[in-house]
Design a protein around this ligand. Sequence first.
Ligand code: UT7
Length: 330
Amino acid sequence: MRGARIMGTGRELPSRVVTNDDLTKLMDTSDEWIVQRTGIRERRYADPEVANCHLGTAAARKAIEKAGLSVGDIDLVIFATLSPDMYFPGVGVLVQEMLGLRNVGALDVRDQCSGFVYALSVAEAYVKGGFHDHVLVIGSEIHSRGLNFSTPGRDVTVIFGDGSGAAVVGPAEPGKGILSTHLHSEGKYAKELCAAEPGFLQNPWLTHEMIDEGRIYPKMNGKYVFAHAVRRFPEVIREALAKNGYATSDVGMVIPHQANERITQAVREALELPTEKVFSNIERYGNTTAASIPIALDECVEQGRVKDGDLVCLAAFGAGFTWASALIRW
Ligand code: UT7
């Protein structure tokens, strides 16, 4: 069977920077609290006329160019997001149209912070199996339109930001590129981090009360999510290494989903890896959910921190609960 590799990456961040001090004008919070608890100093918010599909398309164009391909080479679009432009259809079809792709398939993945790694695993399978040659994988979010900017929403709102990252997956020699992917879920914890209303569990699915009582915003049991994340990240990274016969000392770079700097620090400590081997950019972008890993990967490649031949591990944990990893020989 042939291999599958990431041929090119791209990212698109809105230009509007929102600092912690900006948020203190809207809710009872402080720069000190946010930095101490999360490591975040600023995040990006999209301007009103910018939609998720715009960010995703811009990131995708860069990834296709860096892969040395043209849009006509793309066989399939996979779009991972929890903040779709429309309830339906998915964002993948909007990107297909905006890029001017021929009538290729467009698949949306709904696995939140693990969305990009889940989507990458689908691309890996299609390319390794010979069903598609060039799969465009996008992780992209516009959180800023779905957050509660008053004090009751502060625990969630200060964390999240907008952004988009993309990768093109194409054929590789066997044993090169994506070595394996590992997906997990534990749906019994779905309600610990969710936006359940509006939704079709309710009848009617949307009411005035949901809006008036602020029930339409994401709810998070932060401590609970934190406790699971610090266990699952090291576990799923070790799983990927063990599957391929490697030790943590073989890893050139771990790129974790950017959930919270304290979680990233716990991953470093659990795996006994030096600071420079576990990438972090949460200080500048906050948590961009499905976009955080492809944005970080693109920055790593650009900064020369991921080079040909390096062993790279992507790892994610988030709502669902879902968690996942991908081990890549770059
Ligand atoms: O991407 C994956 C999904 N999400 C995550 O991975 C997030 C995981 N969880 C976390 O990162 C942390 O739990 C948080 C950053 C969300 C919260 O940190 P914490 O250390 O668990 O704080 P806490 O929830 O225990 O809150 C401590 C205090 C509370 O006040 P009292 O009850 O002690 O008086 C909160 O009301 O901090 C208060 N608080 C805030 N204060 C200022 C909560 N949010 C804020 C805020 N600004 N933004």
